[in-house]
Design a binder for this molecule. Sequence first.
Ligand SMILES: *[C@@H]1O[C@H](CO)[C@@H](O)[C@H](O)[C@H]1NC(C)=O
Ligand SMILES: *[C@@H]1O[C@H](CO)[C@@H](O)[C@H](O)[C@H]1NC(C)=O
Length: 326
Amino acid sequence: MWLPLFSLYILISLNSITSIGIGDLNVPPEHVTYVFNAFPSVADACLSDPQCSYKELAESKRCWGYEHNCNRDISYPVRPVCPGDHRGWVKTKEAQYDTFYTQADFGYVKEQIDDLMVMCEATYPDDTSLECSKYLRFCRGRNMMLNFTGLIGRGDNLRYKIDILGPGQIGGFCNFYSERLKKEADHMSALQSWAPELIHFVKTPQRPIPDGMCDIVIKKPTYIMKLDATVNMYHHFCDFFNLYASLHVNSTHPSTFSKDNHILVWETFTYESAFKETFKAFTDNPIWDLKTFRGKVVCFKNVVLPLLPRMIFGLFYNTPLVRFLL
Ligand SMILES: *[C@@H]1O[C@H](CO)[C@@H](O)[C@H](O)[C@H]1NC(C)=O
Ligand SMILES: *[C@@H]1O[C@H](CO)[C@@H](O)[C@H](O)[C@H]1NC(C)=O
């Protein structure tokens, strides 16, 4: 009884990986070659599909820059021009380019990936898991419980709040390294890290989803976003830029750029912006806010807490660019 079920599951999951068509990738044609290189199964699927018009791209080797074995000469071609003297900041010309790469290019993504730490460790597939990069700037979790009962009676004007969750209102069933998490929780500010929320993480006595802790279970991958400001193009693109970079940080599967997901905005205001069309590049679904879940305990099967819009030495806002002295 057990074995046939198990092999059927493997068949289905293999099938769903290789059957991701080029159309489902949701990347512009000039990015297809990078996806092929990151996910050889997609390139193979193209080569064996008579309809696939990107066959020659499957031959060319290109990478974004953060992948294993991605040599700089085949990485995404941002070639900064850094004339003048590099002294004062770094010792060599080469170090000047390297610094630019980690401050403002895919090197930043690579650093986030390399920094990922397990904060709560799963033993079984239904367990919770939580991993975060340094200072809790990027996290991803599975089977996480978030308790929004505390939002009852707090109105529709919550924004930039660091007390949306209280003690024990976020958590899951896993081996929790609480000291490790606390050590990274220095950037205790709404738009700098996820510390204000994750500081309340607890190990729950039960597995959130199978043991029915939640009123609602969200199955599709969900990005929770703490927005900078939606009224101003520069500030709102701090949000979009960091969300895009976060897709790369979380990239382990050809569905990386899929729009079959949810975005939950961490405020009780209804999301509205002159730039709202930009979200259509990320999701096919309506944008949720915290009113959607007020009073409910919610489980997320897959959740990403993306890079934030105002991180110290972050991306787009507060980016220190290596300089030349004239
Ligand atoms: C959610 O939080 C409330 C307090 O606001 C508490 O009474 C309730 O037990 C919590 N539910 C779960 C599943 O943790
Ligand atoms: C993030 O990566 C995980 C692991 O590959 C994947 O399951 C999930 O769908 C991705 N996105 C989100 C929002 O969790």
